[in-house]
Design a protein around this ligand. Structure first.
Ligand code: AKG
Ligand code: FE2
Length: 415
């Protein structure tokens, strides 16, 4: 059966304040009955300690109980203890925020455990809330006809649209070869150079990183389509419309006009030492809100050639169907890691739930643009309220810069 792209199970209009007492008495037993076995088998397979959440004066521990999980008051022996405010707790149990989201906002407090334990609990939690498996024992990769899928397939524009749509759902990503004209890519590279003086650090429309010699470089420009007629032409053109219709398949996508923040243009310099440029394994839904918006897709437009030796995107096949913890993905992934080497004019697509990383460029700068495609709003719903997470994402640049400067100052003072 083809995997469903639409994984939304929650709506923002149903969101309310939930206390630990309410959650553990009223909601937890049902979740444990339905999905507890997935969390329990994940804990066993990954050797994860129980989780104690401390909210205000009360503490609760989630721990294995036979083939499922149970909750008990107090902090159990050996549990990793995460301290949450009442509003963080309410957001966490409704999948508005994850531990990773709190961590990125520098608002995660835990003790008696490692970051890997906390990261694994993000996965066990999504298993419990949403019913994802954590282990990959039964995962298969099959084509439309039931034969093994070649995970390195690159689809040219004349490939069968049904095969393309199926591969994306089965593997969680796509490599589309030769879909755009390399001459247009060269034009966009020139547009990026011309647009650069319009961006300054702190302008809330660009991200910056420090390279080895200490200089700051712009690594990501928002509102780029307004500065690049070649980009605008591609996003409004026939090839693009065909692409959106193919990858959408049976699922209805929201098609947005080519304006504003529709697309971001990235410089990926060699030798970045700090800043949001080379991004280790993550899911784009990993800050939170998976259950409200997934799966959306991110389309990368390769402007320069990339390969494994020089900063290409890597994905973990099937990681949109298995809640492999991010920290485990970085250290010992248990699904195939697939590099997506591209030529100028190739496209990559990854789902918001697919683990992916960008390797650091080694000998040549890489340039790429990213744009997103989202599911059409749910019938009768007011539509997702993504603003707080969007703002957090935009704040990442400032958080990293402040930390880097604080670190540099400490080093100077202690030298
Ligand atoms: O730098 C890249 O190629 C990927 C960036 C990315 O995954 C992200 O910004 O979420
Ligand atoms: Fe990403």
């Amino acid at each position: 059966m083809t995997y469903q792209l639409d994984r939304r199970t929650r709506r923002d209009e149903d969101r309310r304040h939930i206390t630990p007492e309410e959650f553990f008495r009223q909601e937890f037993p049902g979740l444990a009955a339905k999905h507890g076995h997935l969390a329990a088998s994940g804990m066993r397979a990954l050797g994860t300690p129980p989780l104690a959440v401390e909210v205000g004066g009360s503490t609760w521990t989630i721990l294995p109980a036979g083939t499922t999980v149970d909750v008990q008051p107090g902090a159990a022996e050996g549990a990793v203890i995460v301290t949450l405010t009442p509003s963080q707790f309410s957001d966490w149990v409704q999948n508005q925020m994850t531990f990773n989201g709190f961590s990125v906002a520098r608002d995660l407090h835990f003790r008696n455990g490692l970051l890997t334990d906390v990261s694994t609990w993000d996965s066990l939690w999504i298993a419990l809330l949403e019913g994802w498996p954590v282990t990959a024992d039964t995962l298969t990769f099959l084509d439309r006809h039931g034969a093994p899928l070649d995970l390195a397939t690159a689809f040219t524009p004349d490939a069968d649209p049904a095969d393309i749509a199926h591969f994306l759902r089965e593997a969680g990503y796509l490599h589309l070869k030769g879909w755009l004209d390399p001459d247009d890519m060269a034009r966009i590279v020139a547009d990026m150079d011309r647009a650069l003086p319009d961006y300054q650090e702190g302008d809330r429309k660009s991200w910056w990183a420090t390279v080895k010699d200490g200089t700051r470089h712009c690594v990501r420009m928002q509102e780029f389509v307004e500065r690049s007629p070649a980009t605008e032409k591609i996003l409004s053109g026939e090839t693009w419309a065909r692409l959106c219709s193919i990858v959408g398949g049976q699922d209805k996508l929201e098609v947005k006009r080519a304006q504003g923040r529709i697309i971001e243009a990235l410089f990926k310099p060699v030798g970045v030492v700090s800043g949001p440029s080379d991004v280790p394994f993550h899911r784009d839904c990993h800050l939170g809100r998976h259950a409200y918006t997934c799966s959306s897709m991110t389309i990368g437009i390769a402007l320069t050639p990339t390969r494994k030796e020089n900063g290409c995107l890597q994905v973990i096949a099937g990681s949109h169907r298995v809640a492999m913890p991010v920290e485990i993905a970085k250290a010992r992934p248990y699904l195939p890691v697939v590099p997506l080497p591209t030529e100028a004019g190739d496209l990559t697509i990854h789902l918001s739930c697919t683990l992916h990383e960008s390797l650091p460029p080694v000998f040549a700068e890489r340039r790429v643009m990213y744009t997103g495609l989202r599911l059409a709003p749910q019938a009768g719903g007011a539509g997702p309220m993504d603003a707080p997470l969007g703002e957090l994402r935009e704040r990442v640049n400032d958080i990293l810069r402040n930390e880097y400067e604080a670190g540099a100052k400490t080093k100077t003072t202690s030298a």
